[in-house]
Design a protein around this ligand. Sequence first.
Ligand SMILES: Nc1ncnc2c1ncn2[C@@H]1O[C@H](COP(=O)(O)OP(=O)(O)OP(=O)(O)O)[C@@H](O)[C@H]1O
Length: 269
Amino acid sequence: MSDEAHAVPASRPAPAPVSPPVPAAPAAVLRAEGLVKSHHGEGAPAHAVRGVDLTIRPGEFVAVTGPSGAGKSTLLHLLGGLQRPDSGSIWLDGVRVDGHSEARWAVLRRRRIGVVFQFFNLVSNLTVADNIELPALLAGSSARQARTERANLLAELGLEGKERSMPGELSGGEQQRVALARALVNHPGLLLADEPTGSLDSKGTREVMRLLSRFHQRGQAILLVTHDHRLASTADRVVSFFDGRIADDAALGAGTGGRGVSSVLELKD
Ligand SMILES: Nc1ncnc2c1ncn2[C@@H]1O[C@H](COP(=O)(O)OP(=O)(O)OP(=O)(O)O)[C@@H](O)[C@H]1O
């Protein structure tokens, strides 16, 4: 065989480089488009949310911050189905949910969205154990599963031995940890937290922020509403809310955790 038989013709095009497959972007855990909400009380209506688009990806920790009256809590209430938007749409795990009935939203809040509030909202005449197990039972867990989940969470949250306590016998920080356990007992894809440290002292604030950070590091998506910029700076992303609109939406640093919870843990009692 002549050398020419092996020669590559000069005109043959070079093989196209093989690019690595582009990983598909993970579906948003929550997506809102064009949300609008006005409150009609006495006097002029309050235009609390005036056209908000927001996406939260799985495992993302997003802080919503802004001045008092900016509309932060109203936004959180809309995203959790606690209030209805005047217009706009909400998708949870790719499924449109803004037209859901109260009952269907209640099921979503039991299984897919955990919510914690500033004032804990525990059932005052149920024990700590029952407060945590109840949503698990309502979501269809067996009594044994609910007990196991409750025991694991109480250990995780440093509340062993408090099972039989009533909420009123606990400190604010402890009550908020019970509220966190209740919100997370069914492993929701998203945790909505509305000023969860707003009624806590600095020790309680540190505890709750440390726990939020720990759950986030394990993949929990969190939307935290806070007017405290130090707390907001522990998130991956800070959405600044002003006058019912998103004024800024900024990723904080590389990776997860923004500046990290350490800045908050430095708070003195
Ligand atoms: N249920 C309601 N009825 C009437 N007006 C309301 C209601 N809820 C909120 N508002 C008004 O809507 C606006 C936005 O309130 P919202 O509580 O959402 O703001 P925020 O940013 O969470 O404030 P804060 O940090 O003080 O909690 C404010 O003007 C408030 O007075």
